[in-house]
Design a protein around this ligand. Structure first.
Ligand code: ADP
Ligand code: MG
Length: 260
């Protein structure tokens, strides 16, 4: 059989086997092998590496979509120098994901704009890179979704969306106080994840105020008990990064000038 016909046959076989990247690259790789005196194994290794890389990238794209991040930011985008109350080493260690494998929690506390959501997303993206399933939801969206399911008598089924991922990120706990049903639904979720699935929670409300937040001190205590039993709390005390951006672009300066 001519070399060309063999190539066509190989490309078709690769496509039939679902190895699209290899089909695209096989001709160029064969040329490369001839030009470089590469062995059969070198040739095959090169092709398989490209196929694996392509699959991994596809996997990342799919998982990133499924995670529902509001935006994508990585630890590389985070300026640790701006927020000295954060221990960079501790965040790097968390990014190794031992806490996820242990089913423990990370709670990021601090005022608005200090990078809580950014860090939560970064850790979530790193988890996905390490093939951990992640789901991101804001507290507001979570409680209203659970409330709807509760009203329609399908809370058990709906809870699975939030109990199944290995890592659940719940953003902005504490911006709104909860009524008794919402508080009970959230408590149920935390109880079901307890010691099985890790959570990252961000909040601007210190633990002392969670009683008020959940409208019930007993429930808040039971909730904190489960959340904090295996948890790392990161207290961020510092300035808003958003404000820094404004200072840099002169918006704040201009406003104070006109205020005079
Ligand atoms: P929070 O959730 O604490 O209110 P965000 O994480 O939403 O704050 O941060 C506000 C904005 O500032 C985001 O765009 C975020 O990427 C950015 N940001 C915050 N802190 C930092 C930082 N230390 N380095 C780089 N960007 C930051
Ligand atoms: Mg936030």
């Amino acid at each position: 059989m001519s070399e060309h016909l063999t190539l066509v046959q190989v490309e078709e076989s690769l496509l039939e086997l679902g190895l699209k990247r290899s089909a695209d690259l096989v001709a160029a790789s064969a040329e490369w092998a001839t030009a470089n005196n590469a062995t059969y194994l070198d040739f095959l290794a090169r092709l398989l590496e490209a196929e694996k890389e392509e699959r991994y990238n596809r996997y990342l794209q799919t998982r990133l979509k499924l995670a529902h991040f509001p935006y994508q930011k990585t630890l590389a985008d985070f300026e640790f120098g701006f927020q000295p109350s954060i221990d960079e080493r501790q965040i790097r260690e968390l990014s190794q994901m031992a806490f996820v494998h242990d089913g423990s929690n990370v709670i990021l506390l601090g005022p608005p704009g200090v990078g809580k959501t950014h860090l939560a997303i970064s850790l979530g993206m790193e988890a996905i890179r390490q093939r951990i399933s992640v789901y991101f939801v804001s507290m507001q969206a979570l409680v209203s979704d659970l409330r709807k399911a509760y009203n329609e008598n399908r809370l058990d089924r709906r809870l699975r969306v939030y109990t199944k991922p290995k890592l659940l990120i719940c953003d902005e706990v504490g911006y709104l106080p909860l009524d008794a049903v919402d508080a009970a639904n959230f408590f149920r979720l935390v109880s079901e994840r307890y010691e099985h699935g890790a959570m990252i929670i961000t909040s601007n409300t210190s633990y002392a105020n969670w009683g008020h937040l959940f409208g019930d001190q007993v429930l808040a205590t039971a909730l904190l008990d489960r959340l904090l039993h295996h948890a790392t709390t990161i207290n961020i005390r510092g300035n808003s990064y958003r404000m820094r951006e404004k200072l840099r672009t002169g918006v704040v300066h201009v406003v104070s000038e006109t205020d005079k």
